[in-house]
Design a protein around this ligand. Sequence first.
Ligand code: NCD
Ligand code: ZN
Ligand code: ZN
Length: 370
Amino acid sequence: MPRSCMARAPRVGYAATVMTQTLTLRRPDDWHLHLRDGAMMRAVLPETARDFARAIIMPNLVPPVVTSGDAAAYRDRILAALPAGAEFAPLMTLYLTEQTDPADVVQAHADGLIAAVKLYPAGATTNSASGVRDMDKVQPVFDAMAEAGVPLCVHGEVTDPAIDIFDREAVFIDRVLDPIRRRTPGLRVIMEHITTSDACAYVRESDGSLGATITTHHLLINRNHILVGGIKPHFYCLPVAKRETHREALVALATSGFPYVFLGTDSAPHTQANKECACGCAGIFSAPVTMPWLAQVFDEAGALDKLEAFTSLNGPAFYGMSANEGRLTLEKAPPTGGPQQIETPDGPVIVFDPGISLTWRVRGAENGTG
Ligand SMILES: NC(=O)N[C@@H](CC(=O)O)C(=O)O
Ligand SMILES: [Zn+2]
Ligand SMILES: [Zn+2]
């Protein structure tokens, strides 16, 4: 990739102080992850399984994971691709369509096959063409989910072409999300990959039925990183990064210890060729470097004591699961120069690099049950 074109961040960088500080956390989980399928999945899966014990697996394959049968087959392909000795559990999701059968959803959840259902407004993001156009058509599914306690993960952006791309998340809250929640009492909702102070304010009002995930990259980049000094396709994702005040609101919320906010990396691999082209795909691949970058963000915010809540405690609590017994240790020391890209048979996938120096690294993981 054209490293010379990578952002030198216009905002103040982090100090590169070298100390022998360590931080041991319960092993983290990733509550929003794209593993894809086939050769790409085999290439990226070890990058998540190394640091994370569990991940919510996004269902936006082509074709999508729409039935319990699809989810079981996809889960088996993931388990078969795990490196020997890896302790990693994929938490499966179903892709909500206007044809989704409420009974299939409820049964799949009762069987422990799925952890959640995913709502993509049709056309909102990568591989969302089969998503929902008319929310009324899926109300019976929402009602059944509320009754059975099945969480709903949401890509929260409107697709109305009249709405500016930077406003699509805030408008979604008012026009779509809040109405769904009002007409479906008891429905547990996760607003995924939030990017705005509007979403932060909305989730802060939660009574426990609404949670939110925040990605690694939205804690580190703003829209200037994408657009100033040349267009940077590796910083392009959806929802698109917003202005700096929004990033600051996200950091404040993530580092606050607020119980209904947790990590969802949205690590979304696309090949370099599919990112660096005339119509580059949305998605940032952060799995290999997420934990060091998060340590740096929390360190800089003076909130290292809140990192474990964000990565390892709040998510399982929201989903009604136990925290992991294993541990992950990070150390404040210069990174050992991990790979800047992952090789796949389809071509390289570039690893997220916000263009400032990284001062934390993962020392290692100790597994435990759970
Ligand atoms: N976040 C992204 O920019 N892309 C994701 C889809 C998504 O999570 O919206 C992908 O599948 O590539
Ligand atoms: Zn999304
Ligand atoms: Zn995603």
